[in-house]
Design a protein around this ligand. Structure first.
Ligand SMILES: Cc1ncc(COP(=O)(O)O)c(C=O)c1O
Length: 455
């Protein structure tokens, strides 16, 4: 811990404080208006699971820069690796030349991704770039041009990735035409089953619809290059599908020579308690996309495939900055720490939080569902548990109230609280998170005039 950096939140001024306000005004003048800032946090310094603003307020970070800082903010070993690499080599471009940190990171990533056989890695700078790589590789390898993706999916905002995304209409508005050939189908979202079924008594209509309807009516399976799936949906609301859903997709792909692409940009790299979220479902993907947590906040993504798939010729794909030496050095340390301690910590802290959040659900009718794996947990806020009507207003109010109490949270989907802290949190921080969340929920319900409130 750096000197004078607390482990728990401390709010000392009104929010935003005067220095934060001044910076936000400058931002509003010069920075693109397309960003979606939910509340006015200005980050000045950060360490571990704590973010400090310029007015001296300390926040407990359960957002982790959108599930990115897996080893916590400025982990000393990550910082040391970046500094050490900066002294030696900042850029040379893996497109043209060879260098140690890229090879080391590739060896580690290839060994970690779930599935048998030797794998190869293409490094990019962002999640969307890993997805673009997967789109092109799937086309190249199969010689096919069509794709299946899911409603609620988020795969990024570049044109190819955006074509697969089906999260919020605003992300696509005025950007058509996008890449041709994508068909969206419902995800295995049991809490809101699009087929009106109940898990346990259903016939896995979310899988059979692809085979029985899509392939028989609109999309010949022999023209499909890949099915893109988030093993746990992220932006769509932290939705954990049943294992049979992912296993069913694997079977469809095997039957028709289609590649299964796992978008593990948000759920990968130990966040769910295992390196690959696919490992929870007992099957592996043909292509895996990683980003976010892979390098503790340095820009890096990886598209990983077996060597018989990633055997395209020189010139077919490349990137000037992808696999930057500093990012690869950060990834090398990050992956080691995830291996040695952090995936296990994510599993145990996640289990504790899931248990406590389920208890909390018993106390509040407005918590409709608590789901997740490891430190990827979604809490779905509803009007009441019987009707399950989505409650965006209360969800947003809870997120803001948490901020005012020193807890950083994000939403996911239209009405879910997204819980994705750094993987280093300890039990004390988990308990403080639970206290702030519950008191913020009460305050938010009070403010919005819920029955039975004020307490
Ligand atoms: C599952 C998933 N895929 C892809 C992306 C795109 O990543 P990036 O914003 O780094 O391009 C995201 C970003 O949130 C994501 O959650």
């Amino acid at each position: 811990m750096t000197p004078n950096f607390p482990k728990l939140p401390q709010i000392n001024t009104e929010l935003p404080g005067p220095k934060a306000k001044a910076l936000i005004a400058r931002d509003h003048k010069y920075v693109s208006t397309s960003y979606t800032r939910g509340y006015p946090l200005v980050a000045e310094e950060a360490f571990g699971a704590i973010v400090k603003d310029p007015d001296g307020n300390y926040f407990l970070d359960f957002a982790a820069g959108i599930a990115v800082v897996s080893t916590g903010h400025c982990h000393p070993e990550v910082v040391e690796a970046i500094k050490g690499q900066a002294d030696k080599l900042i850029h040379i471009s893996g497109t043209d030349f060879y260098y140690t940190s890229q090879v080391q990171a590739a060896e580690r990533v290839a060994r970690h991704v779930h599935g048998k056989g030797t794998k190869r890695v293409f490094f990019g700078n962002s999640g969307a770039e890993a997805i673009e790589c997967a789109i092109k590789l799937a086309k190249y390898h199969t010689g096919r041009k069509r794709f299946i993706a899911f409603y609620g999916a988020f795969h990024g905002r570049t044109t190819g990735a955006l074509s697969l995304t089906a999260s919020k209409a605003a992300q696509k508005e005025r950007f058509f035409p996008l890449m041709d050939g994508v068909t969206h189908v419902p995800y295995g979202y049991c809490y809101r089953c699009p087929y009106g079924q109940t898990y346990g008594s259903c016939k896995m209509e979310c899988v059979s619809f692809i085979e029985d309807t899509v392939f028989k009516t609109t999309v010949p399976p022999g023209e499909v290059a890949a099915i893109f799936v988030e093993p746990i949906q992220g932006e769509g609301g932290y939705v954990v599908p049943p294992a049979e859903f992912i296993q069913g997709l694997r079977k469809i792909c095997d039957k028709h020579g289609i590649l299964l692409v796992a978008d593990e940009v948000q759920c990968g790299v130990g966040r769910t308690g295992k390196f690959s979220a696919m490992a929870h479902f007992g099957v592996s993907a043909d292509i895996t996309c990683l980003a976010k947590g892979i390098a503790s906040g340095m820009p890096l993504s990886a598209c990983v495939a077996s060597d018989h798939i990633m055997n395209w010729p020189p010139g077919s794909h490349a990137s000037t900055f992808g696999g930057n030496p500093l990012s690869c050095a950060a990834a090398e340390v990050t992956l080691r720490l995830v291996d040695e301690q952090l995936a296990a910590n994510a599993a145990s802290q996640g289990e504790f939080l899931m248990g406590k959040l389920k208890d909390m659900m018993g106390r509040y009718e407005v918590i409709g569902d608590v789901r997740g794996k490891g430190l990827m947990i979604g809490v779905e806020i509803v009007k009441d548990r019987v009707g399950r009507e989505k409650n965006k207003e209360l969800r947003d109010e809870v997120v803001e109230e948490c901020f005012r109490s020193g807890l950083l949270l994000l939403g996911a989907g239209s009405n879910t609280l997204r819980i994705c802290p750094p993987l280093i949190i300890d039990r004390e921080q988990a308990m403080v998170f639970l206290d702030i969340l519950e008191s913020s929920l009460k305050k938010a319900m009070n403010r919005l005039g819920y029955k039975g409130f004020p307490f």
